[in-house]
Design a protein around this ligand. Structure first.
Ligand code: NCD
Length: 303
């Protein structure tokens, strides 16, 4: 690996400067036609990616796979920990040491915060964090920023982050990056799902807690998240907030014409499907943008 890489692993969005982020977004734009299958590329011919997924995933795993394959590379998957040696008690450190001898890059999703950092310390190849517990999800953040840049505007945007701000790693990652773009952030959540104090400190004052109806007429982006049921220590606590916010076309009656609605997906019921046909919905475009963004990340790490 040459030493002029902008990053050696991708564990947390904090490791990237604003310039690094803008560079990845620009590269993603260049990869769009290849991501759509309109152009063919073999720049990652001979490279192999390993997906190590200890938590469910559809988009992240499959878009990494698509990105790699459309660039001529190959992918191996360890997604079912029940049939791998993890079921025999193999440690994450040993799994990573072994797999990093097989491949050129590892993509890891794990339920424990800090797992990706730990994996990078045991890997001889770059590790990409595809979500570590309620911690970070930097590739999602890059595709979220790309979506905002393409479908709205990044600098100075007014953005409402809505839903489970306590456990959503997509929010925890995104918030750190948004501070670089002088955005105004509104935090919209049920009381027990408020943003943890450590992230509030990082917002450096440029945020407010709000009710959606009070800000819907001024925001440029509404970023909705699912309640992260699997991270609740107590099922009863989850039941108290389940279904407590649902976006419908009525919710959006006073929205700006140019509002965009984003969601990292999967959605459960936070956005009613009747919103999909409105001019505001961008969550399916957003999930497509994961492909060119991940192409940009892989080419930075592997070439
Ligand atoms: C998110 C995740 O895994 O954090 N999914 C994704 O990668 N698009 C969001 C979620 O699970 O709610």
């Amino acid at each position: 690996m040459s030493s002029d890489k902008r990053f050696k692993h991708l564990i947390s969005i904090d490791e990237l400067s604003k310039d690094d982020i803008l560079y990845i977004l620009k590269r993603a734009e260049e990869f769009e036609d290849i991501a759509k299958g309109k152009k063919v590329s073999k720049i990652l011919d001979g490279k192999i990616l390993a997906n190590l997924f200890f938590e469910p995933s559809t988009r992240t795993r499959m878009s990494f796979e698509t990105a790699m394959k459309r660039l001529g590379g190959d992918v191996i998957n360890m997604t079912d920990t029940e049939i791998s040696s993890v079921a025999k008690g193999e440690t994450l450190a040993d799994t990573v040491k072994v797999v990093s001898n097989y491949v050129d890059v590892i993509v890891l999703r794990h339920p424990l915060e800090g797992a990706a950092k730990f994996a990078s310390e045991n890997s001889s190849v770059p590790v990409i964090n595809a979500g570590d517990g309620a911690g970070q999800h930097p590739t999602q953040t890059l595709l979220d920023l790309y979506t905002i840049q393409k479908e709205s505007r990044l600098d100075g945007a007014k953005i409402a982050l809505m839903g489970d701000l306590k456990y959503s790693r997509t929010v925890h990652s995104l918030i750190k990056a948004l501070t670089l773009f002088k955005t105004k952030i509104f935090l919209v959540s049920p009381e027990i799902l408020r943003l943890p104090e450590e992230f509030i400190e990082e917002l450096e004052g440029d945020f407010e807690s709000a009710e959606l109806e009070d800000v819907i007429d001024q925001i440029d982006v509404l970023y909705v998240t699912r309640i992260q049921k699997e991270r609740f220590p107590d099922e009863e606590e989850y039941r108290k907030v389940a279904g407590s916010y649902i976006i419908t076309p009525q919710t959006l009656e006073n929205a700006k014409d140019t509002l965009i609605i984003m969601h990292p997906l999967p959605r459960v019921n936070e956005i009613d499907t009747s919103v999909d046909a409105t001019r505001f919905a961008r969550y399916f475009e957003q999930s497509f943008y994961g492909v060119p963004i991940r192409m940009a990340i892989l080419s930075e790490l592997l070439l």
